[in-house]
Ligand binder design. Structure first.
Ligand SMILES: [Zn+2]
Length: 268
């Protein structure tokens, strides 16, 4: 919980990573190569974050993420009040194998899917490798978070097609498309009611503020991308800095800080 002008606000982080990697997909950062549930809970306590949506750290060498999905499910059962696990999938393995990993993830109780089209070298709207996963996600009512931005395979346009082709699917465009993609992501959010976005890594405040005003406070949610970005940065970005510009009603702040992801995941 955090307090804002005397009001308590529940904070649910919609985007974070956990697990252990021999090699990262980005340059090697030792504290990120092993980031386990205890580390996450320590960061959450420091930043006033109540619950976290978490999934595997991107791998430098191809993996199906099965092992980390199992670890995250175990940690979700150990810390049910703090950790909400998503499975990470690697569509490059082809739909047959990846659907098996997905079905295992469902049995493990994981609540959603994370896909990174650039790390897994597969376009977000790949008909053969990604669409069967989206059908299964829609069937199991799993929320799907795609990394969005930084490269063409993860472009807002490709994700917009996924949103259009699967209207029953709850889609989160991760990082709101980062800086260069924010305006396009907002356009898709206005066009397709199943499109949502998370705040992690949106570094230019005017675009971030625009995303809330134009797409609406129902569609933007706080996410940190921790441990890549500090949780408290991303909390402050909204509560102190964006709010300094926007003067949102406390009810809208509540939606952004946790209410929206709570609603999307049916947490009650
Ligand atoms: Zn991330």
């Amino acid at each position: 919980m955090i307090t804002y002008e005397g009001e308590t606000i529940e904070v649910i982080d919609a985007h974070s990573h956990m697990g252990e990697r021999q090699q990262l997909a980005i340059h090697q950062i030792p504290p990120i190569m092993k980031f386990m549930a205890e580390d996450m809970i320590r960061s959450m306590d420091e930043a006033g974050v109540d619950k976290v949506v978490t999934f595997a750290i991107g791998a430098g060498r191809p993996t199906d993420y099965r092992e980390t999905n199992r670890y995250i499910s175990e940690m979700m059962k150990k810390h049910p009040e703090r950790i909400i696990g998503f499975m990470r999938l690697n569509p490059a393995d082809g739909p047959k194998h990846t659907l098996e990993v997905l079905e295992e993830g469902v049995r493990l109780g994981l609540k959603g899917i994370k896909i990174h089209p650039l790390i897994e070298k597969t376009p977000a709207n790949d008909r053969e490798k990604v669409y069967p996963l989206m059908e299964a996600a829609e069937h199991h009512r799993l929320v799907v978070l795609f990394h969005c931005g930084l490269g063409e395979y993860a472009s807002p346009k490709r994700l917009g097609e996924v949103a259009r082709d699967f209207p029953g699917l709850t889609l989160i465009m991760g990082h709101s498309g980062l800086v260069e993609g924010v305006r396009e992501v907002v356009e898709y959010a206005k066009k397709y009611p199943n499109v949502h976005m998370d705040s992690s890594g949106v570094g230019w405040l005017p675009f971030f503020c625009e995303s809330i005003v134009w797409a609406g406070a129902d569609r933007v949610m706080y996410g940190s991308d921790h441990p890549f970005n500090p949780m408290d940065w991303e909390v402050e970005k909204i509560i102190k800095h964006a709010q300094g510009h926007l003067k949102l009603k406390v009810e809208d702040l509540r939606k952004i800080m946790g209410g929206n992801i709570r609603r999307l995941l049916d947490l009650g």
